[in-house]
Design a protein around this ligand. Structure first.
Ligand code: SAM
Length: 244
């Protein structure tokens, strides 16, 4: 029948949309990232519905089961612990499988931490690049940061509190001292939006150990000019950007 990609709150249950509630009530079953988390949401809205767990480590096996059930006539809603499925969360593979199997996919939009943080960042919002989480491998982190270093668009990263300090230090080393907005615990009681620079943020969190969930919004690369010090590679990069 149909797959519904349903956004759920990122902290404040009042952000659950009436359409999301209605959809979860009417589908045949729910594919949830963590059924223990989703059952709390369902209980809050008095929804009783069979669930199947669908997360990073069972995507392949469960994806097939879910698709077969939909092809057999059932409707399914995919949800994650918080925010929009498919955005640094499970869902992407399921949507692709639906497309490959001619199954209709509908979206029931809800909040996403990335867009919510960007909106209150005070930085350029017209063009941006969502970068998700940096890898835990040093090499992959460094390559990722190097890759986006010359991107003129506002950069959006997700980060866990215990890795924040190391990430800010790596960013300062790679990007230089750019503006950054740290959006913490959005829509929750201790929501905080700190508009600062990378070096000031490092100094601040040395004194105030980070807690809660963070989105990092970083200003894009400054416009470059050709100088006598510009290397051939940099000139080629500038030329490429101008062409774009
Ligand atoms: N799919 C989700 C979305 O659409 O926002 C993101 C899921 S990702 C696994 C979780 C990360 O999102 C957290 O580590 C944090 O970086 C960010 N995040 C989620 N909720 C947040 C909130 N209330 N405030 C700030 N950041 C949040």
């Amino acid at each position: 029948m149909k797959l519904y990609v349903v956004g759920t709150p990122i902290g404040n249950l009042s952000d659950m949309s009436p359409r999301a509630i209605e959809t979860l009530r009417t589908v045949d079953f729910i594919a949830a990232e963590d059924t223990r988390v989703t059952v709390k949401l369902l209980n809050h809205f008095d929804i009783k519905k069979p669930m199947i767990s669908y997360y990073e480590h069972n995507l392949r096996e469960r994806g097939e089961i879910i698709i077969n059930r939909i092809l057999a006539g059932e409707s399914c809603a995919v949800v994650t612990d918080a925010g929009m499925p498919c955005i640094s969360d499970p869902g992407e593979d399921l949507v692709r499988l639906c497309a490959e199997n001619g199954i209709e996919v509908a979206v029931v939009p809800g909040p996403s931490a990335a867009i919510s943080a960007l909106a209150v960042s005070g930085l350029v919002t017209s063009r941006f690049s969502f970068e998700g989480f940096l890898s835990t491998s040093r090499k992959a982190r460094f390559e990722h940061l190097e890759e986006v270093k010359t991107n003129p668009r506002t950069l959006i990263f997700y980060e866990a509190p215990h890795k924040l300090q190391a990430t800010l230090a790596d960013m300062l080393n790679t990007f230089g001292n750019r503006k950054i907005t740290l959006a913490r615990e959005l829509t929750k009681v201790y929501e905080e939006v700190r508009r600062t620079t990378l070096s000031e943020a490092i100094a601040f969190y040395e004194q105030n150990p980070p807690r809660g969930e963070f989105v990092l919004i970083i200003e894009g690369a400054p416009k470059q000019a050709l100088t006598q010090e510009t290397t051939l590679e940099e000139a080629a990069e500038i030329a490429k950007r101008l062409m774009e």
